[in-house]
Write a protein that binds this ligand. Structure first.
Ligand SMILES: Nc1ncnc2c1ncn2[C@@H]1O[C@H](COP(=O)(O)OP(=O)(O)O)[C@@H](O)[C@H]1O
Ligand SMILES: O=P(O)(O)OC[C@H](O)CO
Length: 496
């Protein structure tokens, strides 16, 4: 069990798609203080999504500094820090100066769709799938990195001379926090690049050669709980040990205590990501789910089966910020309350293509079944229901792979919405359990940092710390559920 210690704190730093957050936990993983800063999304062309690297760094730094200031806790009492992050987002910077060569290319960015097609036409998908567990989709980092090497003037030559560093967000933040001393990533983030061999958890030379990526740009791959270095004293007044790094979805898997084979969590932030722990052996899907590394501790891998949906909370943001239909995200709940599940409106939110299990980067969103009565209420309900319907698509794919879910552990910003959680239970027919700490992602990172720094003794300690806040179950008639599902599947088929 946890070694509860007064005056011992763990800091989690969660760099997400829409905001950067810092949460300070005590040694029993109770949150003490938090801060969050949003930053700008850049959409320079159709299908492109970028973040300014300096925004990622400054919002991260500011949230940590604010938490330390507001909590009144001396940095020397922060035993360790864990980083968790939006995955796949790709950065390239100069080793000697730290200067980035361009904006970060975000996981949602589709600019490499044609390049992925050309790789598929060469019959390369089975090889990438067997080695990395992933598909040839623009979602993953490798083709984004290749795009930077080919399109930023001088990048390839500089990379060949060993002058550039590639990194996902974990790696970039580590580099900044250590003032350029450490160029490393963790195995969960590396497993999202399309370059890591799942069996060896090392970079795969053959894939690097096929994609023409110079190995010198790559960081070292380490365990999720590991000594990654210390923050430079200039940032927080005292160096803090960086003891964990983990991709946000894998962080949530740990934060939700899904540490045994067969346990499943689904996180609803910007996108939605359902991960099923498959234990020490990878399971390869026949239904276009991803095989990914869940975590690696003491060199021992644990794998997961993953369903990735690109638009979840982001649909609510679109209704709020682009259409002005909502004044706040929370308003979607009050608006949806009176709407019948069997409404005629169906939203297929393929704004940046479709992720699992369709993997269709060219599909685009559509709203079907509008009538003269369609208003804000119906739009809000159709938007929330579309996330529940997509979740059911993932669960169906898992069941078809022989891995049926029996309950859903959920977390993330969207799980504040109780109408959505009831719809999720109704559309999937499963009990839905919301975690007491909706920031399961950061909880996972703090726990791993505590594991490395001796605050916890073993991975099993997270089980006792996990708490459920509320559970939803369904009484919806199975015929109605099926009728709604068939209409959803027909709508998806129409946009493809
Ligand atoms: N009450 C709510 N109902 C529906 N969606 C919500 C609600 N509150 C927040 N969201 C959505 O949740 C997302 C933010 O969740 P978060 O876990 O912080 O995401 P990320 O880590 O991707 O930045 C936003 O897209 C927002 O629209
Ligand atoms: O920012 P989130 O929480 O939607 O997570 C993004 C994922 O890591 C992308 O794979």
């Amino acid at each position: 069990m946890a070694n509860a210690q007064a005056d011992t704190y763990l800091l989690a730093l969660d760099q997400g798609t829409t905001s950067s957050r810092a949460i300070l936990y005590n040694s029993l993983l109770q949150p003490q203080c938090s801060a969050a800063f949003e930053f700008e999304q850049h959409y320079p062309h159709n299908g492109w999504v970028e973040h300014d690297a300096e925004d990622l760094w400054q919002t991260t730094l500011q949230s940590c500094q604010q938490v330390i200031r507001d909590s009144g806790i001396e940095p020397q009492h922060i035993k360790a820090l864990g980083i968790t992050n939006q995955r796949e987002t790709t950065l390239l910077w100069e080793r000697s100066t730290g200067k980035v060569l361009s904006n970060a290319i975000v996981w949602q960015d589709r600019r490499t769709a044609r390049f992925c097609d050309s790789l598929k036409q060469q019959g390369l998908e089975p090889l990438f799938r067997e080695r990395t567990g992933l598909l040839l989709d623009p979602y993953f980092s490798a083709t984004k990195l290749r795009w930077l090497l080919d399109n930023v003037e001088g990048a390839r030559e500089a990379a060949e001379r060993g002058e550039l560093c590639f990194g996902t967000v974990d790696c970039y933040l580590l580099w900044r926090l250590t003032n350029g001393k450490v160029h490393a990533t963790d195995a969960s983030n590396a497993s999202r690049t399309l370059l890591m061999n799942l069996a060896t958890r090392q970079w795969d030379d053959e894939l690097l050669e096929i994609l023409d990526i110079p190995p010198s740009v790559l960081p070292e791959i380490r365990d999720n709980a590991s000594d990654f270095g210390h923050t430079d004293a200039e940032f927080f007044g005292h160096p803090i040990a960086i003891s964990a790094m983990v991709g946000d979805q894998q962080g949530a898997l740990i934060g939700q205590a899904c540490i045994h084979k067969g346990m499943l969590k689904s996180t609803y932030g910007t996108g939605c990501f359902a991960l099923l722990n498959t234990g020490s052996s990878p399971i390869f899907s026949d239904n276009r789910l991803l095989t990914t590394l869940a975590y690696q501790l003491n060199g021992e891998p644990t794998y997961a089966l993953e369903g990735s949906i690109f638009m979840a909370g982001a649909i609510i943001q679109w209704l709020r910020d682009s259409l002005g239909v909502l004044s706040t995200s929370a308003e979607s709940e009050t608006l949806a309350e009176g709407v019948d599940y069997q409404q005629s409106e169906i939203l297929v939110p393929a704004f940046t293509g479709l992720g699992a299990p369709y993997w269709d980067p060219d599909a685009r969103a559509a709203l079907f079944g509008m009538t003269r009565d369609t208003g804000r209420e119906e739009l809000a309900a159709a938007a929330l229901k579309s996330v529940a319907m997509q979740s059911q698509d993932l669960l169906q794919a898992m069941a078809d792979d022989g891995q049926p879910a029996t309950r859903l552990r959920v977390d993330g910003g969207m799980t504040d919405n109780r109408w959505f959680l009831q719809a999720l239970s109704d559309m999937t027919g499963l009990p839905v359990e919301r975690a007491a700490i909706s920031e399961a992602t950061s909880l996972g990172a703090a726990f791993l940092a505590g594991l490395q720094s001796g605050v916890f003794n073993s991975l099993e300690d997270i089980t006792a710390l996990h708490k459920v806040d509320i559970e939803f179950s369904s009484n919806l008639n199975a015929l109605i559920r099926d009728e709604i599902r068939q209409r959803w599947l027909a709508a998806v088929a129409k946009i493809r």
